[in-house]
Ligand binder design. Structure first.
Ligand code: BG6
Length: 489
């Protein structure tokens, strides 16, 4: 495993949930695998009065909670590279010391992870610029929510651009760091088999499901203003759709890939007041059962008597270009669904003519299922002759490549890969400004159409696959949702 260049990683919002749950455990794992030069530093920045020692205590506890079987001695040597700096992004006090501290270690990559409210981005970026910390060795990382519509996303992007050149801006969509998403690139572009079939002549439709069992998780303040369309579809599901639908890029260079994704986003058929009713379904969970126990409904979780926020959304999307004309992309995502499962299903067309007798049984069309989580893997469903004597009967079987079983490796968390890609300066798996804005340009008219439609989100019982209208959305077209519940992905 290749060691990355020496770096300082500064996490603004260093005591926050993301830092403790994801970023620091991810850095620990990479450290334990020997990929991080020991002279590197991770500096948590926040407004509290922590010290290096008290901050390390919190990080130690976070690692104990989020990393299985962490080795005590390795944790201690990792903690030696962890520091704390108390700083208020909106005040000048302390910034000169902060600058001096960073500049005392020259010749290293400087990563600034803005794990704060977007309202602080402009203050932080301005001060980083004023203190000369936005040079060529600097990288800034931002995360969703990048705005709540096109206008607010543009403001955030402008704020960041006032200090950092686009080639230094790393917009994280952690779905792009998931193993199977990169495997999609390998499958599509590392094999000759798929490309001739990867089009409207051979593919009937595509399904992308990102189902969660969790509910609101104390995130009411954010989530109730967002909803599933903004929280999941605008970013994660559209990015997955782009990876499936894009043309082969000329190389894996960041802009080659991002140019192709952008073209897909710009080819999405608009959904607005004219067709939102038939092309989208929004839902909101009610009390039910999840993870083996009774759970309250969204409004009880939220503690408000009313809210029109969508906790489920299903969309029939279309990519209006030559390759995909007439091939629907059915997207669905929701909270409090029966299983935590994310997968992409490429459903091929039926064979043009069957030579088999009815007694052979039906010929199921081929299907390629990419499972992102859990049990990452790829299955290609094929028809074979049912083994053994007797007449010729057909049977559908998967060519199964479950990564954990096949390779005996545990998959790194998306953040491990993405954080080290930031250090390496590799932008391929990060969203470019124009992609984020194109995604909002498609989502905004859907939000506007929902707003003008007085109908509330359709209720669904927690622990079910969303409102029945989501089933109707696909069944109207003579298709069904792939059964993600079972482990036959
Ligand atoms: C986040 C959303 O981006 O992704 C959350 O804000 C969601 O609402 C999460 O729970 C899902 O990520 P993962 O990796 O657990 O599928």
């Amino acid at each position: 495993m290749k060691v990355v260049d020496l770096f300082d990683l500064v996490i603004f919002g260093g005591t926050g949930d993301l830092a403790m749950r994801k970023l620091l455990p991810a850095m620990y794992r990479r450290y334990a695998d020997g990929q991080i030069p020991p002279d590197s530093r991770i500096i948590g920045v926040a407004r509290t009065r922590d010290t290096d020692e008290s901050y390390r205590d919190s990080v130690r506890a976070a690692i104990a909670q989020h990393v299985k079987n962490a080795d005590a001695a390795t944790v201690e040597s990792f903690l030696a590279m962890v520091h704390y700096f108390g700083l208020d992004a909106t005040q000048d006090a302390g910034w000169s010391e902060f600058e001096a501290n960073l500049k005392s270690r020259a010749g290293r990559v400087r990563v600034f992870y803005l794990s704060t409210s977007p309202s602080l981005f402009v203050a932080i970026c301005n001060r980083l610029r004023a203190h000369g910390l936005n040079g060529d060795d600097a990288r800034v990382v931002i995360e969703k929510p990048i705005g709540s519509d096109l206008a607010s996303a543009t403001v955030i992007n402008n704020d960041v651009a006032s200090a950092f050149d686009e080639r230094h801006v790393f917009r994280i969509d952690h779905y792009l760091g998931k193993e199977t998403v990169q495997n999609l690139l390998a499958l599509r572009f590392g094999n000759v088999l798929f490309e001739p079939l990867w089009n409207a002549r051979r593919i009937d439709h595509v399904q992308i499901t990102v189902a969660e069992t969790v509910g609101l998780e104390k995130r009411g303040a954010y989530y109730d203003n967002a909803g599933a369309l903004r929280d999941m579809v605008q970013n994660h599901l559209l990015q997955l759709l782009c990876m499936v639908a894009m043309e082969p890029p000329a190389s894996l260079d960041a802009d080659a890939v991002r140019d192709e994704k952008l073209k897909v986003l710009r080819s999405l058929k608009p959904i607005d007041q004219n067709n939102a009713i038939i092309s989208t379904v929004r839902g909101q969970y009610r009390a039910g059962a999840s993870n083996g126990g009774a759970v309250p409904g969204y409004l009880e979780d939220l503690g408000k008597p009313a809210s029109n926020t969508d906790t489920f959304v299903a969309i029939k999307a279309e990519v209006d270009n030559w390759r995909w004309a007439g091939v629907p992309f059915y997207l669905r995502t929701g909270k409090r669904l029966p299983a935590r499962v994310s997968e992409i299903v490429i459903q091929f067309k039926q064979i043009p003519h069957s030579i088999f007798a009815p007694s052979a049984g039906p010929v199921a069309p081929n299907k390629l299922v990419l499972r992102l989580q859990p049990d990452e893997g790829v299955k290609l469903w094929l028809m074979i002759k049912s083994p053994g004597p007797g007449g010729l009967r057909l049977q559908e079987v998967p060519l199964d490549m479950s990564f954990a079983e096949a390779f005996g490796v545990s998959q790194p968390d998306a953040y491990e890969r993405l954080l080290l890609d930031v250090v390496r300066g590799n932008l391929t798996l990060f969203m470019r400004r124009d992609e984020v804005e194109a995604a909002w340009s498609w989502v905004d008219p859907i939000l506007a159409a929902w707003k003008t439609n007085p109908e509330a989100p359709k209720p669904y019982t927690a622990g079910t696959w969303g409102p029945s209208a989501a089933v109707a959305l696909i069944e109207r077209d003579g298709r069904t949702w792939h059964d993600a519940d079972t482990n036959d992905a």
